[in-house]
Ligand binder design. Structure first.
Ligand SMILES: [Zn+2]
Length: 493
């Protein structure tokens, strides 16, 4: 085994730096690239510290100059870097994709030429991962691999059969179903293809594995106006043949569930002021939701079943990753616990599925996405004033924030929500499972906003931190502020 591979292997064993040094020293007799040795050891010292990472955009860093960007991350105490769309930079070995209808080039070509919400990725796709990896390592940065197994407009467009199906039988133009065998096979094999050809990868980050309601941090423009909380409590998907078959095999009374959801869904799309008031006047607090659930108990089976579909998908990835190399860390990006269940994500089962949970709550940015369905409700029912709509939204999610739609869109929600959501997450994952707080570094967040969010996450008990910059043109001062605040709290040196 080469010195580099050996060092990388022992890093993953979570032993002390001293022991890495001693073992490395013994091993180095057969290793003569001293520069690389020092580089790897320096990288190792950084990585053994508290988990501090960044979700960054490669093309922005590339245009600025990678070393300059890497140096800034290093100065901010960052030791892990996840580039948006990194999965598309790796070569495709065709033999891996024989048993799925999905052609990997569909997504790669799309990302290169058009790009999703997070922009085009042409520099990233044309770069060599191994070279960037070594360069990042020089700055103590572990460059790893993030994959988003579930959302892809180009794949769904090409293969509509892979999409989730709602209660009306409509297929999504956006979300794939994690129970679909072609979807599973494609993402499993993509992960396997990448890991087997890049043995230096130490972490696989799963980004929003979920069963569609929608991801509140990237709400698409076409999301339909449906009254809260009916749509969330009686989620109309997925009713694809695989989900239906699996649910029936598990003994769920799908006929009854369907009828129930259909009835509630019809209420949710009855868009008049009286119907809106009926919800806001009778669902005032937490106990009212319990009242609703007791009257519609089948919905619990359904919500739990949806979570099991997501769980099965992740367990499959876990099995294959750990079979390739049991020391590779699997992390999972979840939305905030107050509403993650709407996506089939449960914090309570994470310890069975992954090694680390990353909680994403971009408090300054979430309003610009979450306002979309609210605006459409208000457009359909013009009598509703902003305050009524926002008060209901906050009551249901347990959030606090501005009471006008315009301000919510512009400023997002209050920073205290970061504290509450991290607390909930920590409590729910249980002992021995780390929660990494994913915080907003994108506009409109200012350095003060970043500092406040870091403090709240720390107070909530975060085991580590990630700074989110994927929405483009994040102020560089926010990265600096992130590091300064972590240093002030003693989280990094
Ligand atoms: Zn399905």
């Amino acid at each position: 085994m080469s010195y580099t591979s050996y060092i990388k292997k022992i890093f993953r064993e979570k032993i002390s730096i001293k022991e890495i040094m001693i073992r490395g020293w013994i091993h180095k007799k057969s290793f003569n690239n001293y520069q690389l040795r020092d580089q790897v050891l320096e990288g190792g010292k950084q990585m053994a510290k508290k988990y501090v990472g960044v979700w960054a955009i490669f093309d922005e860093d590339y245009e600025e100059g990678l070393e300059k960007a890497f140096n800034r991350y290093k100065e901010a105490g960052i030791t892990h870097i996840m580039y948006a769309g990194i999965a598309h930079t790796f070569a495709v070995h065709e033999e891996y994709y024989q048993n799925t209808i999905i052609d990997p080039w569909i997504q790669i070509d799309f990302e290169k030429n058009q790009g999703d919400l997070f922009g085009t990725k042409s520099h990233l796709i044309n770069s060599n991962f191994d070279e960037i990896y070594l360069l990042a390592n020089k700055y103590g940065l572990s460059l790893d691999f993030d994959i988003t197994p579930g959302v892809s407009e180009p794949i769904v467009k090409e293969y509509p059969s892979t999409a989730v199906v709602d209660i009306e039988g409509r297929r999504s133009g956006h979300w794939m179903c994690p129970a679909n065998p072609d979807v599973k096979e494609y993402f499993y094999k993509r992960v396997e293809d990448i890991l087997k050809h890049h043995q230096m990868i130490k972490e696989v980050e799963l980004d929003v594995v979920s069963l569609d309601f929608y991801d509140p941090q990237v709400v698409p423009d076409w999301v339909l106006p449906e009254l809260y909380p009916l749509r969330q409590l009686a989620i109309g998907n997925c009713f694809c043949e695989y989900c239906v078959g699996k649910a029936e095999n598990q003994g769920l009374n799908l006929k009854k569930i369907r009828e129930k959801i259909k009835t509630i869904y019809n209420e949710a799309i009855t868009l008049n002021y009286e119907q809106f008031k009926k919800q806001t006047d009778t669902m005032r607090g937490l106990f009212d939701i319990v009242r609703f659930i007791i009257n519609h108990a089948e919905l619990i089976d359904w919500l739990k079943y949806r979570a099991s579909v997501v769980e099965d998908f992740i367990l499959g990835i876990r099995k294959l990753v750990k079979a390739i190399d049991p020391t590779i860390i699997i992390s999972n990006d979840l939305v905030a616990p107050s509403f993650s269940w709407t996506l089939g994500q449960l914090y309570s089962n994470q310890h069975r599925l992954t090694d680390m949970t990353k909680l994403m709550l971009y408090h300054k940015r979430i309003g610009s996405f979450e306002v979309k369905p609210l605006k459409r409700i208000q457009k359909a029912i013009p009598e509703i004033d902003d305050q009524e709509l926002m008060e209901q939204y906050y009551r249901l999610k347990g959030f606090s924030g501005p009471l006008s739609l315009a301000q919510f869109e512009k400023e997002g929600i209050d920073v205290e929500n970061v504290y509450y959501e991290v607390r909930k997450a920590k409590m729910e994952v249980g002992q021995g499972h780390d929660v990494i707080a994913g915080l907003v570094g994108d506009l409109p967040a200012t350095p003060d906003d970043v500092r406040a969010a870091v403090k709240m996450a720390h107070q909530g008990g975060a085991d580590g931190y990630m700074l989110h910059l994927w929405y483009h043109n994040a102020p560089k001062e926010n990265i600096v502020a992130f590091g300064e605040q972590l240093r002030e709290l003693g989280e990094i040196k």
